[in-house]
Design a protein around this ligand. Structure first.
Ligand SMILES: [Zn+2]
Length: 123
């Protein structure tokens, strides 16, 4: 058994709230890494095209409205135990991918995507 498989087996034995805590921790780690990469990319000018695209779309009036707040919703189906995550603009229900039951999120996190929106100003 690989280390990862062992960890997975351990995680499967954890109670739900501890899995959620672990998930949060991993997400934070992921975002920290991602932030670093974004910073490096941004400083190297590798993200300029995104800003350019947004500015062009805004000029043409085709820029999609970015919701003010987005949420990372965590769902768990009580019937078949399926777990999944979705990003929505609210804490709304979602359909279980397995049995199609309507499930409300058991946890919801602010999605830090908001910080990605290009700054709009009169500069
Ligand atoms: Zn289900």
């Amino acid at each position: 058994m690989s280390k990862i498989d062992e960890l997975k087996a351990d995680i499967e034995r954890l109670p739900g709230e501890q899995v959620a805590e672990l998930f949060r921790w991993l997400s934070e780690k992921e975002w920290e890494n991602w932030d670093e990469e974004m910073k490096a990319d941004s400083q190297a000018g590798r993200l300029d095209f995104l800003v350019r695209e947004a500015v062009e779309q805004k000029a043409k009036g085709t820029l999609d409205d970015v919701p003010e707040n987005q949420f990372l919703n965590l769902y768990r189906c009580p019937d078949d135990g399926t777990q999944w995550t979705m990003i929505w603009s609210c804490m709304c229900d979602d359909r279980c991918p397995k049995c199609n039951a309507e499930i409300e999120p058991y946890m919801s996190e602010d999605w830090p995507l908001n910080s990605l929106r290009p700054a709009t100003g009169n500069d």
